[in-house]
Design a protein around this ligand. Structure first.
Ligand code: ADP
Ligand code: MG
Length: 281
């Protein structure tokens, strides 16, 4: 991995904000889950990481944020650099202070606290001044106006969509340069999903936050992402720009649910696809 300080060519592109290179991850010292995973997120990009259930998407995010440690997981090969510093197998709080924040799957809010208390508590890692705290609150309320209306409401009483907004808002309170989002669409109605993904695009555009977005729902993710990767069985099997992925026949059929012949293919076709995949892999 070449670092910026060693980069003597002034016309060379800047190194990506995040680079994951040939990463292998194991749980409990033996269970191999990620195999030779490489991906990058450039400054200002939204990058989608797509894949079906059990593909290793959450493990990828948790290996970047080092939260796999709490599940006895470890990066056993390869490296992860954020803004030119190695961050794999680090103290997760140090990584948050560097500006990399993960929103976990499942919308975990502090249910007995108000919306605003949830947001204030989430700014703790960066030790903000009162003034910085107020500015951060206003920023979050600007992205999610509904949270401002409900700022004194106990967060356990929010709807699923509002709780998803609150957990993203909590992550913004730590002023991330890179936000890792784990399946923000999960279990929400299409209308709410659309609203949340519009807000994610605004965070990227207006606050300049780079985003690595994990989704099973390829369609909504590629609607806002600039580039994407597909993870299958712990390996990256496809990567491309938004347009390349949207135009890819395999992705269309098996992740977007659209096929050239119209409608979904049969299970037999899926089995043939899997066999073909094995040959390719
Ligand atoms: N703490 C853990 N210990 C052992 N295996 C795990 C653990 N967490 C996840 N796995 C396994 O790793 C694989 C990928 O899981 P995960 O990263 O959660 O996938 P995804 O988020 O794509 O659904 C699955 O086979 C899962 O059973
Ligand atoms: Mg997951």
């Amino acid at each position: 991995m070449q670092q910026a300080s060693q980069n003597t060519n002034p016309s060379a592109p800047p190194p990506p904000l995040l680079s994951v290179t040939n990463v292998e991850v194991r749980y409990q010292g033996s269970i191999l889950v990620l195999k030779n995973v490489s991906l990058t997120v450039g400054e200002g990009e939204i990058v989608a990481l797509l894949g079906s259930n059990g593909a290793g998407k959450t493990t990828t995010l948790k290996s970047i944020s080092s939260l796999i440690q709490s599940e006895e997981g470890e990066v056993t090969e390869g490296q992860i650099f954020f803004s030119d510093a190695p961050i794999h197998n680090q103290d997760p709080v140090v990584t948050v202070r560097r500006g990399l924040v993960q929103v976990m799957e499942g919308r975990r809010v502090l249910e007995h606290m108000s919306v605003e208390q949830n947001l204030i508590v989430a700014s703790a890692p960066i030790k903000a001044s009162r003034q910085q705290l107020n500015a951060a609150l206003e920023e979050v309320y600007g992205i999610f106006p509904i949270l401002s209306s409900f700022r004194h409401r106990q967060s356990g009483y929010l709807s699923g969509g509002q709780q998803q907004m609150l957990v993203i808002g909590r992550a913004l309170m730590a002023k991330p340069r890179l936000l890792l989002l784990d399946e923000p669409s999960l279990g929400l109605s299409p209308i709410i999903v659309t609203a949340i993904f519009e807000s994610i695009a605004r965070i990227n555009r207006e606050l300049g936050t780079s985003i690595l977005l994990v989704e099973q729902n390829a369609k909504v993710a590629l609607n806002i992402a600039h580039r994407g990767y597909v993870l299958e069985n712990g390996r990256i099997v496809m990567e491309g720009t938004r347009e390349e992925l949207l135009g890819n026949e395999d992705l269309k059929e098996f992740y977007l649910g659209i096929s050239a012949s119209g409608g979904r293919r049969s299970f037999k076709d899926i089995k043939q696809y899997r066999r073909r995949r094995r040959w390719l892999g």
